[in-house]
Design a protein around this ligand. Structure first.
Ligand SMILES: NC(=O)c1ccc[n+]([C@@H]2O[C@H](COP(=O)([O-])OP(=O)(O)OC[C@H]3O[C@@H](n4cnc5c(N)ncnc54)[C@H](OP(=O)(O)O)[C@@H]3O)[C@@H](O)[C@H]2O)c1
Length: 268
């Protein structure tokens, strides 16, 4: 990959893990296209990153719950003649309201932001990557993809599991053509996620040894993406937790989960 005119497109770049991935990639010399909904925040972030790293940073504010958003982002990149070598699908949130109180529109918007828009962006950018002889894709998934279902957000874990499988499928299909896809599965990370998702109180009760800074998750994730890993869990702590999650009997796992992360799992 040549760095000149080489761009990384990052969704959910206005805060948390996406913002840290943006800073990390700019530090490695990549030009950036940042997207999220909060325009003013994106503007100040773009200016700050561009000045600190001497790279070109552009932005496009879009709400990924809108069906047309991925295509509009793609067309923006085409219009500007940006060569997108790296696609980071990171935007996400948790639904605050209990499942029985949400509308089907709420659930569909959620699936669109965390699922359908990821598929659409990947589908739109892969042909360009094939033309350029390669590319890197990252999907920010979650350790929730390996965990028992959450009582608070029944769809969150399943959509992340779906994304792991999707990423794996892309990897298998395109690796030989120079395109890899990495599902990065963080555990509890200090970001705006828990406030935005209405679970900050539960997050505050999570033991400190289970909470990691977004900058560390971003760096380990970006390294794994460049190494072409298919599924990657940042930090040894979470690799151990996922090992247990996938090997312990379910009843024991739910019991331990309730003690360590109350509120995340069914307490009945
Ligand atoms: N924090 C954790 O503990 C944790 C753990 C595992 C996985 N994750 C995953 O990590 C990813 C990033 O989350 P984070 O923790 O960094 O949370 P965050 O700080 O709240 O960042 C979420 C980002 O997604 C964007 N976003 C949300 N809804 C959007 C929409 N409808 N359209 C476009 N952009 C939207 C937000 O920007 P705007 O509000 O400006 O649109 C923001 O930039 C998510 O996929 C999340 O599921 C987080």
């Amino acid at each position: 990959m040549t760095m000149e005119n080489s761009y990384a497109l990052i969704t959910g770049a206005s805060s948390g893990i996406g913002l840290e991935i943006a800073k990390d990639l700019a530090g490695r010399g990549y030009n950036l296209i940042l997207t999220a909904r909060r325009t003013e925040l994106l503007e100040s972030i773009s200016k700050e990153i561009s000045e600190a790293n001497n790279v070109h940073v552009d932005l496009i504010s879009k709400d990924l719950s809108n069906y047309d958003a991925p295509r509009e982002i793609f067309e923006f990149c085409e219009y500007k003649n940006y060569k997108v070598d790296i696609l980071i699908n990171n935007a996400g949130y948790g639904i605050k309201t209990s499942f029985h109180e949400t509308s089907i529109d709420d659930e569909e918007a959620f699936i669109r932001v965390l699922g359908t828009s990821v598929i659409m962006l990947t589908k739109l950018f892969i042909p360009k990557m094939l033309e350029h002889d390669g590319g890197k894709i990252m999907i920010v998934s979650s350790v929730a993809s390996f965990a028992p279902p959450s009582a608070i957000q029944p769809l969150y874990g399943p959509i992340k599991t779906f994304m792991n499988r999707f990423s794996d499928g892309i990897n298998i299909n395109y690796k030989r053509k120079g395109i890899t896809s990495t599902a990065v599965c963080p555990g509890f990370t200090t970001t705006g996620f828990h406030t935005a998702s209405g679970v900050q109180e539960e997050m505050d009760r999570v033991p400190r040894f289970m909470v990691f800074p977004a900058s560390r998750v971003a760096k380990e994730g970006v390294d794994a993406m460049f190494a072409g890993k298919s599924i990657f869990i940042p930090t040894k702590t979470y690799r151990a937790i996922v090992f247990l999650t996938t090997n312990l009997p379910q009843f024991l796992l739910r019991f331990i989960s309730n003690m360590l992360a109350p509120g995340r799992y069914d307490r009945n």
